[in-house]
Design a protein around this ligand. Structure first.
Ligand SMILES: [Zn+2]
Length: 99
């Protein structure tokens, strides 16, 4: 049986330190999933500032992309409507001229 490397983790509530396999600790840190200390306190890692900012950046980029797409769609729609107006205006002008 191979020894898994352990890390010592303090409980935020009872301050008792306990061991977690390094891989488990990393996974809990990345996922933000909840876990329990040996005394039964519910714990979870808060996402780091870098992680929060990274998620915010991803979200903001997605919003910018969506807004750019909406803007382009509106521009195309405006151009199409301008074309309709021009054709109707020209038709009305021809009718007035009796041609
Ligand atoms: Zn505890």
């Amino acid at each position: 049986m191979s020894e898994e490397p352990m890390v010592s983790v303090p409980c935020a509530q009872c301050h008792q330190r306990f061991g977690l396999p390094r891989a488990t600790e990393r996974q809990l840190r990345e996922s933000g999933e909840t876990f329990y200390c040996p005394a039964g306190h519910l714990l979870s890692y808060k996402p780091s500032k870098a992680e929060r900012l990274s998620r915010l950046l991803t979200k903001t980029n997605a919003q910018l992309t969506r807004r750019a797409q909406q803007r382009n769609a509106l521009r195309r729609s405006n151009a199409a409507l301008r074309g309709v107006i021009t054709r109707m205006r020209n038709a009305a002008t021809r009718e007035e001229a009796g041609t």
